[in-house]
Design a protein around this ligand. Sequence first.
Ligand SMILES: [Zn+2]
Length: 425
Amino acid sequence: MERLLIINAKALVGVRPKGLRSVPGRSMGELPHVADAWLLIEDGRISDLGPMSALADSMEGHRVIDARGRYVLPGWCDPHTHTVHAASREEEFVHKIKGLTYQEIAARGGGILNSANTLRRMSEDELFVKAKARLERMMAQGTVAVEIKSGYGLSLESELKMLRVVKRLKEALPLQVKATLLAAHALPLEFKDDRRGYLDLIVNELIPQVHRDGLADFVDAFCETNYFTVEEMERVLEAGAAHGLSGKVHVNQFTSIGGIEAAIKHQALSVDHLEVMTEEDLDALALAHANGQAPIPTLLPSCSFFLRIPYGPARQLMDRDLPVALATDFNPGTTPSGNMNFVLSLACIQGRMLPEEAINAMTLNSAAAMDLTGELGSLTPGKRASLIITKEIPSLAFLPYAFGDDHIDTVLIDGTPVRSGAAIA
Ligand SMILES: [Zn+2]
C-alpha cells in the first residue's frame, strides 16, 4: 500500500464528516478545521487525520510532507466550464473596450457562433492538445475536478466531436472530469429559420446518441432572451432526464424569463449564472431547497468581472439558506480564465462572501454541483486525496485578500503531486 503522511499543517481546512452533500447558505461561514495537524493518505485516498498531539509513533517511516506554516485544503472543484474550445477571442475583447455589447458582437457574427466556426474546422487531436494544456494549468492552480461543456459544435457531428475530446481528457488526466452536452448554446446559422428543427435534432438524435455512447453526464441549455426559451430548455431537460442525464443550466444571465422555476420543476442539479434574479426567483429556489430538491445555485464572478455585468447575489442566496457554489465559466468569449483563485478573490471582494463562505462554495458545494460530493470537496476519510497545500501564509483570509498572487505551493490529485513546491522538496 502506498502511504503519504502530511505533518505539521498550520491547519487542515474543510474537515467534514462523511455523507454531507452540501453546506446550506447560513452555515457557509463555518469552515471546520483542525489546527497543527496531520493527514494520512493511503492509496490515493484520505485515510485519517488529526492534531499533531495525537500522531501515533507508528506513523514514522511513511513518506512525509512537512507542511509547517501551510494550510491544507480540499482542491478546488470547478463545476461550470467551456474548457474545450478552439481559439481565444481577444479581437472581441478589444471591440468591447471600444463600447460594443455582448449582444452587438453576437449580432455581428461574433460570440458563440464565432467559436463554433473555428471549432468545426479544428481537428479532434488539436482540440484535445489545446484543452489538455489548459487543464494542466488549472490543476497547477489547484483545480482537482472540472465540468466541461460542449456547445461550440452546434451540429450533430461537431457536438459529438467535442464530447469525444472531453472523454479523452478524462482518460489522459488525473483530475475528475464531468461532461455536459450543451447543444442548446446558440442557434446555428443552418437552423436560423428552423428553431424547432434544431431542437428536434438535439432531443431526437443527439441526446440518445450521447447517452448510448456514454459521452455526457449532464445536459445544459442557455435559457436567455435571444437564445433559447424556457419551453425549449424544458424540452432539453425532459429528453435528458429520459436518458438519465440531469440538467445543469445557464439561466438568468441577462434577463429573468422563468428559467429558474422550470429548472426546479425538472429537478436540475444546478442553476448557473443568476446575475439577474427577481424576488420570485429567489423565493422559488428557497422553497425548493426547503423541500429538499433545490438545484445548486452556481455563481460565475469572473464572467461578471469580464463583461462588467452585475454579480450574482451571493448574500441573498445564502440568506435564504441556499448552498451557493462558485465556478470559473472558463470560455473564450466571456471568461478567458480557468483560475479558481481569482474566483475566490472576486467572490469575496465583489460578492461580499466571507473567505470561509467562498471556500465552501468552491469545494463541497461546487463538488455537489457536479455530483462529486462523495469523492471530493472536503477533508474526509475515504474521499480522494486531492488537496491544495498553500505557501506559508499568515491566515486563510490572505488567500482571497492578496489577490492576483499565487499562494499555492503543492497540489495533490489522488495523493500524487501534479505540482510540487517547497513542501515536497
Ligand atoms: Zn457558461
